[in-house]
Write a protein of this length. Structure first.
Lengths: 171, 167
């Protein structure tokens, strides 16, 4: 007998999950800010997002991680600006009118992440989250916290702590 | 340092502007003839005879990982007094000194301070419409690198001046 397809298995798992849940119980969810790098869809946990700004004039800082585009002075502090494409090992692309800087914060560390296009806030049911693939293959695998399938599109939820730690150590 | 701000010299190297606190600069020299480098170090452009003592001259741009500064006849050299002694930096242009108010000097966040091998850039400084990285010249090279340079300069001093060729 043929095995059910991956998609059918996912639907079956979702049905089983829904059937197990007590009637009326709220489903745990994760709010994220979704954005694009090229055609790839990524997200940050909303609790790690402080704001979104247009791409400012960036002052380059010599001698730092190549993914650090530089810094901007904003509201009395200096904000590092990171090129997410470079961090994730993707092909570089110049900023477009749709590009934005997502201001993210992890603990006391705040940084701006250059993205190609901001999509929206998306709410992901937590049971739909899948663990990220183990690092080793793609450069970006080290920076993924989880994957979620949202309809036909894959949403890659980034590990902000891992991104910032890599920049901090200059590796 | 003055109560209303910090006095900086603005240096251009590799087509970029940097700010250096004036206290780090001993003197500026223009159109000086340099002795050729006694050792082959990529960022060492020559030796500057200063009061009879050869001072290593390094290209600030190359030291910062940027493109080399053109070493022309009208070269401009910034001499800085470091803990280890005098060290000179080849730059393209110097402006100032300018007094930058405290509110226009912003320290670098920990992420960027720690992301550097040495804390070369320590702040951003607002000048006209731009923000310029403020450099600590004492951190541009490691103490070992400075010692190597100064050792090679001392070796040159011990040799005959007739061996030196004007750059």
């Amino acid at each position: 007998m043929a095995e059910p397809s991956q998609r059918v298995r996912e639907i079956q798992q979702e049905l089983a999950r829904r059937e197990k849940r007590p009637q009326g119980a709220p489903e745990p969810t994760l709010d994220c800010l979704a954005f694009f790098l090229g055609e790839e869809r990524f997200a940050l946990r909303l609790q790690e997002v402080e704001g979104i700004i247009r791409v400012p004039t960036i002052t380059p800082i010599p001698g730092v991680h190549p993914a650090v585009l530089g810094a901007v002075a904003r509201h009395g502090e200096v904000l590092p600006i990171l090129d997410l494409r470079r961090m994730l090992g993707m092909q570089e692309a110049p900023p477009s009118p749709e590009s934005r800087v997502v201001i993210a914060r992890h603990g006391e560390i705040r940084a701006g992440l250059l993205v190609d296009r901001v999509e929206d806030i998306v709410t992901v049911p937590e049971p739909l989250l899948r663990p990220a693939p183990s690092p080793g293959g793609e450069a970006m695998a080290s920076f993924l916290q989880a994957l979620a399938r949202d309809g036909a599109a894959m949403l890659r939820i980034l590990d902000l702590a891992a991104l910032l730690e890599t920049v901090r150590h200059g590796t | 340092m003055e109560p209303e701000g910090v006095r900086f010299l603005l240096l251009r190297a590799s087509e970029r502007w940097f700010a250096v606190e004036v206290g780090q600069v001993e003197t500026l020299r223009r159109r000086e003839t340099l002795h050729p480098p006694p050792v082959d170090i990529p960022y060492l452009v020559g030796l500057l005879p200063l009061d009879g003592t050869p001072i290593p001259v390094v290209d600030l741009g190359t030291c910062l990982g940027l493109s080399p500064t053109p070493n022309r006849r009208d070269r401009l050299i910034v001499v800085s007094r470091l803990d280890a002694g005098l060290l000179a930096f080849l730059v393209q242009e110097v402006r100032g000194p300018v007094l930058i108010p405290w509110a226009q000097v912003r320290s670098l966040p920990p992420l960027l301070r720690r992301a550097q091998r040495r804390p070369v850039v320590w702040a951003l400084v607002a000048y006209r419409e731009d923000w310029i990285p403020a450099l600590d010249l004492a951190c541009v090279l490691s103490p070992t690198e400075v010692e190597t340079l100064r050792g090679s300069a001392r070796f040159t001093k011990g040799g005959s001046d007739d061996d030196a060729i004007a750059a």
